[in-house]
Design a protein around this ligand. Structure first.
Ligand code: ATP
Length: 246
């Protein structure tokens, strides 16, 4: 079966440093796939390449069989790639609701009979549903800049989901969250419909093992292992990477 995402030979160079050096990655439909590895392994760079924010120096990226290598972030978002950043990327002066409406607008389905404002109304409905699902209904009117870190993280997830992604790229979503918030995040991701696949960059192995059915290990810009969590736990390269501090 055609994978949802296929990256082959992805290379990114910064001067003489190869941040990624011929990386292959396959994410299947509905899969929960973790990307782990030591600091500087290239995890964020790979998410940037997959999301279209960074142009690779070599290699190809396919989404559901279509070559998206040359597309930018907006075009990839329209084709179903949603992205959560290490630091939540929200518009501080807009309210939580407005942030999600803006994110939903390009994807809002236009109803059969056109009327003025129909698209905006659809985006507002989507925003209401997403804020409710992420536990943000009560802060819908609060500017994003005044939300607590954990709430902004949830808001960014709501914004990404408003774009109806087929693949969600999550960069360390648990970073900076309280234990209670991490519990809520795990619960939320567990309940996410399988129509959405997840590629998760995460240092916390307990979360990786709780959420993911596939794990890829990067080190020095290369893939050193890929397999089920049980296989990865038992594999030599991973133990070595861990010994050096992930
Ligand atoms: P961490 O777990 O610390 O977030 P990572 O696995 O996500 O690390 P990257 O942030 O992708 O690693 O970085 C991979 C390598 O590329 C590192 O050596 C980093 O210093 C380098 N790098 C990343 N972005 C740039 C840039 N814009 N300019 C120069 N070097 C960069």
């Amino acid at each position: 079966m055609t994978p949802l995402l296929s990256a082959r030979g992805v290379t990114v160079r910064y001067g003489s440093l190869a941040a990624l050096d011929g990386v292959d990655l396959r994410v299947d439909h509905g899969q929960r796939h973790a990307l782990i590895g030591p600091n500087g392994a290239g995890k964020t760079t790979l998410l940037d390449v997959l999301g279209g924010a960074t142009r690779a120096d070599g290699g190809r990226v396919h989404l559901a069989g279509r070559d998206v290598t040359r597309l930018g972030p907006a075009a990839r978002a329209r084709r179903g790639i949603g992205r959560i950043h290490q630091r939540p990327a929200t518009w501080s002066s807009l309210t939580a609701t407005e942030n999600v409406v803006v994110a939903a607008l390009p994807h809002a389905v236009r109803p059969g009979r056109w009327r003025p404002g129909a698209k905006r109304a659809a985006a507002e409905r989507t925003a209401g549903v997403m804020l409710e699902r992420l536990g943000l209904r009560d802060v819908g009117g609060v500017p994003a800049g005044r939300l607590a870190h954990g709430q902004r993280r949830q808001l960014e997830i709501a914004m990404a989901l408003a774009g109806r992604p087929r693949l969600l790229l999550l960069d360390e979503p648990a970073a900076g969250l309280s234990a209670v918030e991490v519990g809520g995040l795990v619960e939320f991701l567990r309940n996410l419909p399988r129509a959405v696949a997840v590629l998760l960059v995460e240092h916390r192995l307990d979360l990786v093992y709780a959420l993911c059915d596939r794990v890829t290990v990067l080190r020095d810009g290369r893939t050193v292992a890929t397999g089920t969590p049980a296989e990865i736990r038992a594999s030599g390269p991973v133990r070595q990477a861990w010994a050096e501090g992930v």
